[in-house]
Every structure is written in structure tokens, then in C-alpha cells.
Design a protein around this ligand. Structure first.
Ligand code: ADP
Ligand code: MG
Length: 365
């Protein structure tokens, strides 16, 4: 097991600053995920750690050992790629044994190790098949077995599930998580899929344009986003913009359209200014009859869309002046869908509203 330390890592390709001053420490045995949109620098960072790219600035340590000048094959990392990267002309056994043969390991030992990882990857019995006789999920398990058979200190995975269909992706992410827990191997996992990241990770680094915006547990990232980018990229949310009118210790009043919303924000600094609010669809309760509550704001609106997805109902509610809010409910109180055109009341708890500086995008606390 190994810790990984990234110190001021910078990397520029012609015309693109792919990584800007990345600082992070990944703990021993941790499942650490790089999450961000396509092109944000995830692969570049992973390949730099693996040693396939060399950073322009900064240092990388594995287990406190500086590895800047250690070539990729000596870094003791195993890599799993998006496109499986299995050898098509070799059997499953040969694919997995390849790295060990290169290391001139005795045949008996190779057989033992390959059998062990194939069992872990649920591929026992498939030893003599070639990749074209395997499903996508099985090919990716071969990729995983091949990375793990060399018993690396660090496992690096670059969007390993993105070529699989949706159902298999959900199954495989559980498997990968189970195997990682069992081995306790320090893992850096790359994905652009926020749900996958939330489910699989001990901690997540949310990246955009070569910068890490926030690092935290799934809970922290989702419930306490550091800025507008994280709030919008991870999960779904409603953004509103309004002007702060006044407030005190219990909160501020923000005018959105013609209605007032109460939230917690530093009022003194912001009076008369615009502010950005975010509230998740599942935090809002929708009722047909107005009921006041000291800990929440009630907005009036009209249902303009209702969608039944099975486990939940989604409403789009027009609160006037261009303010549209998405509301999600798992237990619809009404017993049936509320029809389009119905006047409804939205109950928004003060504590569920997050405020952001409209200029910097940073969270106001
Ligand atoms: P991600 O994996 O998050 O989609 P990448 O790390 O692949 O992002 O890319 C980050 C940025 O660097 C992108 O703008 C991409 O076009 C650029 N880039 C990546 N690899 C190279 C390369 N080998 N040569 C030139 N530009 C590259
Ligand atoms: Mg990539």
C-alpha cells in the first residue's frame, strides 16, 4: 500500500494548459476519484502519475519516494484503460501472464498468480478464450486482472467502464469497489460520470480546465459544494439569482422575481448586491395548500410539467418572472400526479439553500 503525493504539478501541451498547479495527497488504501468534464485534464494527470507523461513542473512522490525520474515500468503502478487494451491474439491466460513473463518469473509462480487474480475477477474457466470470445465486461475484467497480477502498489484506472452498457456499468463499479476494498490497494480512478464517482469513491477531486475545484467525500462534494462549478457538475440543482434586501442573524431576505426567499448568507457584506442561490430538487417539498414554517420559505407557483419516472415524480414549477424550479419527490403526498396548471406552494428549508458569489462563483458561508 502506498500514499501518493502530488506537489505543484503543471503540464502544458501546445496551446493548452492541461494541469495547473495540482496539489494533493492520496492516502494509503484510498479509492480516490478524479471527476470532471471531458478535456479537464483527468487522463493527463493519471498518465503523469503512471510515468507515461512527464510533468513540466512539480514533483510526484509514491510512499514518500520522489519518482519524477523513475521510468513508467519501474513505478510499480498498474493501469486499466478505457478501451481494455487487451492483446487480441492472446488467450485470457496469456494476456494476464504477459507482465509476469516479462519479469522472468518462474512458470509455477505465474500459474498460481494468474489463477488467483482470475478468480478475483470472476474469470476462472475462461483461461483459454481469446478476447473476441468475451463480452465487453469480461474483456475489461481481463484488463483489471492484468493490472493487478503484477501486485502494483498503486492501481490507476482511466474511465474503465465507459465502453460498457448502463446496466453492466452499475454492476462492474460495485465489483471494482469490492476488489479494491479486499486488496486495500491505493487506487486513482478517472470518470466523467458524477453518479459513478459518488458511488465508488472514498474521496473525489472535482476538476475543471486543469484545476481541482474541490476535494472531499461524496457527501461533502454533494452537500457542501465549494463553488458554482461543483454544485452544477455534481448532481442536479436549481440556480436562482436575486438581490439581498436585508437580514439579521437568522438569515437574509433575497428577492427573486416578485417573491422573497430566506437563506443564510453574510448580509452585511452583500446588502444591495446580487447573489446566486442553489437548491437541490429533492430538498423542496411541494404542497397544494400553503403552510408557513419559520425554518423555510414558501414560494407560490404553477406546475408547468409533471414527469413520473417510477421511483419519483419530477415537477417543473413556474414561480413567475422567469423563475422555474425543478422539484423531485419520492413520496408524492397527493396520491396522484398534480396536473399541469395547478397552483402549488414550494417549501424550501432555509438550511437547504446555498449562496454563491455571482462574480467568483465561490460559496458564501
Ligand atoms: P480528460 O481526460 O479530462 O478528458 P485530457 O487530460 O485528455 O482530459 O486532456 C486535457 C487537455 O489537454 C485537453 O484540452 C486535451 O485536448 C489536451 N491534450 C491531452 N493530451 C494531449 C496531447 N498528447 N497533445 C496535445 N494536447 C493534449
Ligand atoms: Mg480522459
Amino acid at each position: 500500500m502506498a500514499t501518493i503525493k502530488l506537489e505543484n504539478i503543471g503540464k502544458t501541451f501546445p496551446g493548452v494548459e492541461a494541469l495547473k498547479n495540482i496539489n494533493e495527497e492520496i492516502k494509503s488504501g484510498e479509492f480516490f476519484t478524479l471527476l470532471g468534464p471531458s478535456g479537464c485534464g483527468k487522463t493527463t494527470l493519471l498518465r503523469t502519475i503512471a510515468g507515461f507523461y512527464h510533468q513540466d513542473s512539480g514533483h510526484i512522490y509514491i510512499e514518500d519516494k520522489l519518482i519524477d525520474d523513475v521510468p513508467a515500468y519501474d513505478r510499480n503502478t498498474g493501469m486499466v484503460f478505457q478501451n481494455y487494451a487487451v492483446f487480441p491474439h492472446m488467450t485470457v491466460f496469456e494476456n494476464v501472464a504477459f507482465g509476469l513473463k516479462n519479469r522472468k518469473m518462474p512458470n509455477d509462480e505465474i500459474k498460481k498468480r494468474v489463477a488467483h487474480v482470475l478468480e478475483m475477477a470472476r474469470l476462472t474457466g475462461y483461461e483459454s478464450r481469446t478476447p473476441d470470445q468475451l463480452s465487453g465486461g469480461q474483456q475489461q475484467r481481463v484488463g483489471l486482472a492484468r493490472a493487478m497480477v503484477i501486485e502494483p502498489k498503486v492501481l490507476l484506472m482511466d474511465e474503465p467502464l465507459s465502453n460498457l452498457d448502463a446496466k453492466l456499468r452499475v454492476e462492474m463499479r460495485e465489483e471494482i469497489r469490492d476488489i479494491q476494498r479486499e486488496l486495500g490497494i491505493t487506487t486513482i480512478y478517472v470518470t466523467h460520470d458524477q453518479e459513478e464517482a459518488l458511488v465508488i469513491s472514498d474521496r473525489i477531486a472535482v476538476m475543471n480546465a486543469g484545476v481541482i475545484h474541490q476535494v472531499g467525500t461524496s457527501w461533502e462534494i454533494y452537500k457542501n459544494p465549494a463553488d458554482v462549478f461543483v454544485a452544477s457538475f455534481v448532481g442536479e440543482t436549481n440556480f436562482l439569482e436575486g438581490e439581498i434586501r436585508g437580514g439579521g442573524a437568522e438569515g437574509v431576505t433575497i428577492i427573486v422575481g416578485k417573491q422573497a426567499i430566506r437563506a443564510k448568507a453574510p448580509a452585511e457584506k452583500l446588502k444591495g448586491k446580487n447573489i446566486r442561490l442553489s437548491v437541490r430538487p429533492e430538498e423542496i417539498t411541494l404542497v397544494k395548500n400553503k403552510s408557513e414554517n419559520p425554518n423555510s420559505t414558501v414560494l407560490e407557483g404553477k406546475v408547468i410539467k409533471n414527469t413520473f419516472t417510477g421511483p419519483l415524480v419530477r415537477y417543473l414549477v413556474d414561480c413567475g418572472e422567469g423563475t422555474h424550479l425543478v422539484v423531485e419527490t419520492h413520496k408524492p403526498e397527493q396520491g396522484s400526479l398534480i396536473e399541469i396548471g395547478t397552483t402549488v406552494f414550494l417549501n424550501i428549508p432555509i438550511n437547504s439553500i446555498q449562496c454563491f458569489d455571482p462574480d467568483s462563483g465561490e460559496r458564501l458561508r
